[in-house]
Ligand binder design. Structure first.
Ligand code: HPA
Length: 237
């Protein structure tokens, strides 16, 4: 019988590749596997947090949903790094812009992640910790985005514990510090990568603006998602 390594993931050690792409939505993971990977095989169905492994340009690549928020991303990325010995995780998600310099569909290559969560407290550090991307992955993504002439910014985001209830004061105070966008998972991923001494990167498409309230249509969301996927796949080798 197949032996699960964790209670949230029924994959065997061999079934997951060294590099995992993580959208928030597990159905998105299924879509990516079918569209971009050759011979994808499903390795997890627990809680419908679908995960697949296939090949991209002859390299094994996995794709798995992270769920929403830091606790969910925290669990799945921890298990991938520490039980399955995954080396690189690339989150591909969406974010709400808090700067006029980012339009809907633009890309953020996330260098660092501020947060209002307590996730970092588990390490009892006497000071603050700056969760940052792998420079190796970030550099590859930036070169690829330049080659493809995609509109992008590199910088800080705010990983929030709230989707509802962010008020103008919160947005303005982070905006004044040069933070580009709000989302809900990156800080957990970057912290887990640091603790496990592994690599992580987040690529985020701007899906809405917290300044104007506008949001992207489903068809444009699809198109910009494909662009972001192509950049993520540049980083897997
Ligand atoms: N807030 C938090 N997370 C998000 C948002 C947002 O506006 N848009 C996409 N993810």
């Amino acid at each position: 019988m197949k032996k699960s390594l964790t209670i949230h993931n029924e994959a065997t050690y061999e079934e997951i590749a060294d590099v995992v792409l993580m959208p928030g939505d597990p159905l998105r993971a299924k879509f990516i596997a079918k569209k971009f990977l050759k011979s994808p095989k499903c390795f997890n169905k627990i809680r419908n947090m679908l995960g697949y492994t296939g090949t991209y340009k002859d390299k094994q690549v996995s794709v798995m949903g992270s769920g929403m928020g830091m606790p969910s991303m925290g669990i799945y990325s921890y298990e991938l790094y520490n039980f399955y010995d995954v080396k690189k995780i690339i989150r591909i998600g969406t974010a709400g812009s808090i700067t006029e310099n980012l339009s809907l569909r633009d890309l953020v290559v996330v260098m660092g992640a501020c947060s209002n969560s307590n996730f970092i407290n588990q390490f009892s550090l006497k000071g603050t910790f700056a969760p940052i991307a792998s420079y190796n992955l970030l550099n590859k993504a930036v070169n690829c985005a330049k080659d493809k002439k995609i509109n992008f910014m590199i910088g800080n985001v705010f990983t929030s514990d709230y989707f509802y209830g962010e008020n103008e004061d919160t947005v303005n105070s982070w905006k004044k510090m040069g933070v580009l966008a709000f989302e809900m998972e990156t800080a957990a991923l970057y912290i887990n990568a640091a603790a496990a001494q592994k690599e992580a990167l987040c690529l985020l498409t701007i899906s809405d603006s917290l300044l104007t309230g506008e949001s992207i249509s489903p068809s444009l969301r699809e198109e910009s998602f494909t662009e972001m996927m192509e950049i993520a796949l540049c980083c897997v080798n």
